[in-house]
Write a protein that binds this ligand. Sequence first.
Ligand code: NI
Length: 387
Amino acid sequence: MGMIETRQSIAEEIIEFRREFHKYPELSFHEKRTSKIVADYLRSCGLYVQEHVNGFGVTADLIGGGKGPTIAFRADMDALPIQEETDLPFASVVPGVMHACGHDGHTAILMGAAKLLTLEKEKLKGNVRFIFQPAEEVNPGGAIGMIQAGVLNGVEAIFGLHLWSELPSGTFQTCCGPMMAATDRFMIEIEGKGGHGGMPHKTIDSIVLASHLVMASQQIISRSIDPLESGVITFGELKSGTAFNIIANKAVLEGTTRSFTPEVRNTLQQKLEELIEGLEKIYGASIKLDYQCGYPSVVNHEKEVKISLEVANQLFGFDSTGIMKPNMVGEDFAYYLKEVPGAFCFVGAGAPNKPIYPHHHPRFRIDESVLPKAAQWFCQLARKYLE
Ligand code: NI
């Protein structure tokens, strides 16, 4: 087969694999079937494969024909606890589990990239490590365990991508510095004193206190954070009360904070603590805060962003490649970037002429025609970096 025919058949394989993973999605830390398919395929490409890295993680090493550094490419393999509501012929057959973030595509793309690179490995002046990690979707994330298992040993730089349904298919974006947020989580338990709805003076009203807390915490963003920095405090849950005429003795609030820098991250936590201490005194209630740090922010490195964009310019076209506005979603790719330089990039996968659903939505879909191009991006990136 000629090179073009081979490329075409790899492109078809990528889409087939993506559909296969989509039909049989697996939750975080349960990627048994997926990782087996990945490992078998990479082995058939002639790579040095390691299975069961941090559970169901897989790594594969491609040794180039010439001597040079090693770079790493990473994909995530897990799906989400969501009941799929698409009418795709390859929709999930696993009840309550769905690839609603595009990780099926990420896995298939990187498998294709591995195969493409094996075709030209003699020409490569260095090595490529392919990292397929479990559990991107749940804290503490699969990345930490992969790093502890040594997947970054000897790696000079790392790259990863995320398909993004809210960008038009065939576009490519990334940026230097903070690109995605640190995602922390908190739970607040307010213990007041219940009583008769007509006699508030004999109670400590947990609902009034909770309301005060929610409103006052919004001022942490507006009054304690530099207006040129970014931060979010979101209360996603507020539970309290039993009847319309009873003053609630208890309220439970849960939420998340988002930030790009360690300074803002610390300020958000610290100010929330101070606010709670103050409210305890004012109201005479007891308030417990459970603050859990999630993923740090994804911070891209300049040199790696530059080369990512150069390659994308050639492949996706100058008009379709751009500098991204950072967003407040989280990604455990952040941990790799704390260890070695690298870049995380977004590849637009919004299906043309179809309604766009956000990631983690039961009707989420991607335009899979972009997958082979994304595989080529990895491939050309390796060639260029190792030049
Ligand atoms: Ni994702």
